[in-house]
Design a protein around this ligand. Structure first.
Ligand code: ZN
Length: 282
């Protein structure tokens, strides 16, 4: 009798372990979420293409060059069509199924050094939202007062000539992310219009192209800002709201995006493309 008793205990332990793993896996990857229809384009949000830095609290904003290449290669192999944000908005309902717009915020130098070679290798387009002013606020502390490391401010960002190199590739659209990484919630109407209009004008003079798209810093905007972005002459604006755009019911000044974090692997990325979520709560 004794050996049999031991066996049933082992079986029970095994079942409990398997159940625990299943619950963990389901929470982590949320495989049960419904697939978003593939005629709805995905706009992906990236920041830096760089390896994680030890002890940094911004590693979610750093997707390693290796990981970024795996993601772009996967998109290319799975037949996704790459567009700039302005192309997506212009195409409207004529956009192909499985369309994706890769975007980068803040204009970090690694977008040129690390991301562009990958984009060229797979002929993938992208949109880069840059800051047009010389004097930039330390925006790491603006969203969360505890974040005062100045780390994001000290990350190298692209010069005008580097932005021109991006454009010369023929794969990149450049959009505005204001002059100073302004928190629009804290600005009055005049200050908001200055950030919107002057950043657009400066970039157009420096780069010699029309600046058609805008990205709200921190994803923040107040009542009326969408109309102001339009009044400033932009044709679209991206937020940090999670979601996919619906070309049949387009809100061009409130385009949602899917954030790609440096902390997630390929399975999470594939989930993100399919459902908009990488797991149960993210
Ligand atoms: Zn930003």
């Amino acid at each position: 009798m004794l050996p049999q008793g031991n066996h049933s205990w082992l079986t029970l332990a095994g079942l409990l372990i398997a159940l625990g793993w299943l619950i963990w896996f389901s929470w982590r990857y949320a495989w049960w979420r419904r697939t978003l229809p593939y005629h709805l384009p995905r706009i992906l949000m990236y920041h830096m293409i760089a390896p994680p830095r030890r002890g940094s609290r911004y590693n979610g904003m750093r997707v390693s060059p290796h990981q970024f290449e795996r993601q772009v290669r996967w998109l290319r192999n799975k037949g996704w069509h790459f567009y700039t944000v302005s192309e997506l908005v212009e195409l409207g309902t004529h956009v192909k199924p499985r369309s994706v717009a890769i975007t980068f915020d803040d204009g970090y130098a690694d977008n040129l050094m690390e991301a562009l070679p990958v984009l060229q290798k797979y002929q993938a387009k992208a949109t880069v939202y840059v800051l047009a002013g010389e004097k930039i606020e330390d925006w790491s502390s603006q969203k969360n007062k505890a974040h005062d490391s100045g780390e994001l401010l000290s990350e190298p960002r692209m010069s005008v000539s580097q932005q021109r190199q991006l454009l010369a590739s023929g794969l990149i659209e450049i959009g505005s992310h204001t002059l100073t990484h302004a928190n629009l919630l804290k600005l009055n109407v005049n200050e908001t219009m200055k950030e919107l209009v002057e950043s657009k004008q400066r970039l157009e003079v420096e780069l010699g192209v029309e600046i058609r798209s805008f990205a709200y810093p921190f994803g923040y905007f107040k009542v009326g800002d969408e109309a102001r972005v339009k009044e400033a002459g932009y044709r679209s604006a991206v937020t940090t709201e999670r979601g996919v755009m619906d070309p049949a019911d387009l809100a061009p000044y409130q385009l949602p995006r899917l954030k790609v974090s440096g902390k997630e692997g390929m399975l999470a990325f594939m989930n993100r493309m399919r459902t908009g979520w990488r797991g149960a709560n993210k």
